[in-house]
Design a binder for this molecule. Sequence first.
Ligand SMILES: Cc1ncc(COP(=O)(O)O)c(C=O)c1O
Length: 415
Amino acid sequence: MVKQLNLTKSEQEYARGKKLTPGAVLGIRRPYNFVEGEYPVYFEEGKGSRIIDLDGNEYIDYLCAYGPIILGYREEEVDEAVIRQIREQGFCFSLTQSIQNRLAEELVEIIPCAEMVVFLKTGSAAATLGVRLARGYTGRTKLIRCGYHGWHDWCVEVKGGIPKKLYEDVYEFEYNDLAGLAELLEEHGDDTAAIIITPIGHPLGNKIETPAPGFLEGVKELAAQYGSVLIFDEIRTGFRVALGGAQEYYQVIPDLALYGKAMANGYPVAAVTGKAEIMKEAERNVFVSSTYFPNSIPFAAALKTIEIIRKQNVLADIWEKGEKFMQDLIDLTVKYDVGAEVSGIAPMPYITFKRDQKKEYKEKRTDFYTQLIRRRVFMQPYHHGYICYRHTEADLAYTINAIKESLAYLAEKYN
Ligand SMILES: Cc1ncc(COP(=O)(O)O)c(C=O)c1O
C-alpha cells in the first residue's frame, strides 16, 4: 500500500488563494481536474524532468506545463540567452527590436506554410488573429472548427459572460468526421471564412486521435472547394511532432497555422504564420497590436530553443524514447486487462479508460491516477502527457514500473 502524499502546505496555500483569486488558480489547474486531495495544488520549482511541490514532494513530470516544456525545466542555455537579452539589451521598448525578424526568418524556413509571421504571446490570441485574418481576407462571417483553441469568445466551451451573437456563426465538427464537415459546408460553405482544426485530435478527457488516412487531405480539399481558409492549430504539435509541426509530419500544408507552447521552452510566445496573401490583411484591414506582443524575452528564448532542438536532434530523441514508452504502456494494458487504453503519438502519450455503462471507468481513472501520483509520477487524468528531452531512460523505466504497479492494483480491485 503506497501512502497518500503529504500536501499540507499546498492545501493551506489553496485555502489562502481562494480568498484572493476566484477558484485560487485558473481553469485546468484547479484541483477538480486532477484527483482532489491526492494532487498538489502548487509547485515551487523544477529542473530537467523533475518538479517539486510546495510540500517538498518530488515528481517525474509528464505534463510539461501543458506543453511548453519541450527540453526540460530551467534549461540553462535558454535561460542564459534570456538573461543576456535582459542584461545587455533590454526587452520592452516603444519600438520593436530587430530580433523579431531573426525569429520570423527561422519560422519561415522551418514551417512549410509560413511565408510571413505575426508574433503574439498566447495561443488564444493567435487563434483569434488567425480567424480574424480569414474573415478579413474572405469577407465572410462563418467559422467551422474542431478542437480546443483557447478561451476567447468565439470558441470557448463555457459560455458564461458571452453574448450568443459572438459565437452563433461558429460551427463544430468531430475530428476524423469528414462527412460531418462536408455536411456543414453544404449548408454554410458559401459564407465560411475558415475551417480551423487541430491536426491531431485531442479532446479533453478522451483518447487522442491521429488522422485517419485521407482525413487531413480531405479537409484541405473541402476548404479549397468552398474557398475557405484552412487553419491548422499547431499550438500543441508545433516544434514537437516535427519542428514544422504536424503539417510537416503529415505533409498536408494549410493556408495559415498557429504556433506557441514548445517554441520557446516555457517563455510566452505564439505565432500566426501562413500565406503572404492572407497574412497581409494585417497590414491595414485587420488590426492586431498589444503592448507586450513585441516584448523580446521569449524571442531570445525561442531562438535558443530552436537552436538546441536542431543541434541536439531533440525531436528524434523524444520520438525514440516516446515510441518505446508507448509500446511498454500498450504491453502493460494488455497484460493487466482493466480497461486502460493507450492513445496518442510518441511525443504525446495518454492513458484513458474504456467507457462502460456502469461508469466504472471513472472510478478506475481516479484509482489509477491516485496510485500514480502517490508513486510520484505527475500525469493528468483528463489531458494527455508529453515526453520531453530531459526525460531520462531511468525516468521512463521508473514510470513504467509505477504504471505497472498501479495497473496491478486495479486488476486486483476490479477483476
Ligand atoms: C490546440 C490549442 N490551441 C490553443 C490553445 C490556447 O493557447 P493559450 O492557452 O496559450 O492561450 C491551446 C492551449 O492549451 C491549445 O492546446
